[in-house]
Design a protein around this ligand. Structure first.
Ligand code: CTP
Length: 412
């Protein structure tokens, strides 16, 4: 076994099978040993040679090849993760009913590791009661079945049913390999709002005051919440190029004021709001109507700033009963105290239930894929979050949120 885990990549017979090649590439590039097990129908879309060349392993579809190796049992038994991309309506049905008429379905029955299905099909098929029941059955048995994306389908049609972005699927695989129990359906029935990215405050039509937030942490929070069953609204200010989390409702904004409006509106009936966005505290008092020009006397313009509203403070003020509010803080230590000291003070000042504290001096919190810090709660919990992928930090946040929600329900 390689240190990074053995993945069986099952490929179903749908047009999105070509995107499985990108997932395969992403997994092998991050050091995973990947064995591709397509269905016969998948090979009508992508040739076995492509999967063999990209994975470095032979590709079989049936149970009657390499019989002495007892492949139909061993492939599943030896896997650390079985990931099915794309999971078609037919494949979900066969898996739900325990059929084992080819190598992939046999593998699904013998696997004792996490199994994840990433569906892609036409909207009608996804919404059909048969598929709904099959998905519910698979989820009730512990399999992860992600929500498909909405957007362009095979032809000119659009709707829900599109395969999640391959980068998201690679991240899902890495999360399940690192934390096999990371995606329970414990957020089902919860409405959550996540803000992400960095706001931009215009100076003139071409310039703005902005910040270094990439949006990656907020997107990971939204993605993991959707994968755990929540209904997610993602209010996104400017981010680097990120795939929209499948299953989340994306609301793009630019300025702090726009973010405030979008978050407050979505928060009205939300159970949880996570403020991961870097909201500008100040904005230019006036945005020039025309581009600000240099003047002949060499003087630089003086920009007057005014305060932006504190969105999190407003949410705390208007919090509906039982609503869980989560803030973020990136701090550096100074002569008054260390990072934890400032985090504790901010948690009190802000009045939220949970605060994710990042130490800026340790780097990585902004553009990178990794993050670390502490999780502080108003009940006095102080839990270090070990260094890891932003989706691992998102998992720790949702674990803590689920604990708070559970505690409140029990007390009711
Ligand atoms: N936040 C917000 N509205 C603002 C500024 C920040 O809702 N105008 C939220 C952020 O999304 C984050 C939390 O408040 O969840 C903490 O942000 P931070 O900038 O660290 O807090 P400030 O109160 O601005 O503290 P500081 O004085 O240290 O800048």
């Amino acid at each position: 076994m390689t240190a990074r885990g053995r993945v069986v990549l099952g490929v179903g017979g749908g047009i999105a099978a070509y995107k499985a090649c990108e997932v395969l590439r992403g997994l092998t590039e991050s050091g995973h040993d990947v064995r591709v097990v397509p269905t016969e129908a998948a090979l009508r879309f992508v040739g076995a040679a492509t999967f063999e060349a990209l994975s470095g392993h032979p590709v079989d579809t049936g149970v009657f090849t390499r019989v002495p190796e007892v492949q139909h049992v061993r492939v599943g038994q030896e896997a650390d993760l079985v990931l099915v991309v794309p999971a078609t309506a037919d494949l979900l049905a066969r898996a739900a009913h325990g059929l084992a008429d080819d190598l992939l379905t046999s593998t699904l029955l013998t696997a004792r590791c996490p199994v994840a299905f990433v569906p892609a099909m036409h909207t009608e098929m996804w919404e059909h009661p048969a598929t709904r029941d099959n998905v519910a059955l698979l989820r009730s048995r512990g399999a992860v079945v992600t929500e498909p994306d909405a957007g362009r389908l095979t032809g000119a049609d659009t709707g829900r049913g599109r395969l999640a972005d391959p980068r998201e699927i690679v991240d899902l695989a890495r999360l399940l390999l690192a934390r096999p129990g990371a995606l329970p359906r414990d957020l089902e029935g919860l409405r959550v709002v996540v803000s992400a990215g960095g706001t931009r405050e215009p100076l003139d039509p071409v310039r703005y005051l902005g910040n270094r937030s990439s949006g990656k942490q907020g997107y990971a929070l939204a993605r993991v919440a959707a994968q755990r069953g929540a209904e997610v609204t993602l209010v996104a200010a400017h981010t680097v190029d990120l795939p929209a989390p499948a299953g989340a409702d994306l609301v793009p904004v630019s300025t702090a004021e726009q973010l405030r409006r979008a978050v407050s509106e979505a928060a009205v009936d939300a159970d949880v709001v996570v403020m991961a966005a870097a909201v500008a505290d100040f904005r230019p008092a006036t945005a020039a109507e025309h581009k600000i020009k240099k003047t002949a006397d060499g003087a630089a313009p003086v920009v007057e700033l005014e305060r932006n509203p504190d969105v999190l403070a407003e949410l705390v003020e208007r919090r509906r009963a039982g609503q869980v509010l989560v803030g973020f803080a990136a701090e550096t230590g100074d002569e008054h105290g260390d990072v934890l000291h400032h985090g504790r003070a901010k948690l009190k000042r802000k009045g939220c239930d949970l605060l994710v504290l990042n130490a800026v001096t340790e780097g990585g919190a902004f553009e990178g894929d990794d993050n670390t810090g502490w999780l502080l709660s108003s009940d006095g919990l102080e839990r270090p979050i070990p260094p890891g992928r932003k989706s691992a930090l998102a998992t720790a946040v949702w674990d803590a949120v689920a604990d708070v929600v559970r505690g409140r329900r029990e007390r009711q």
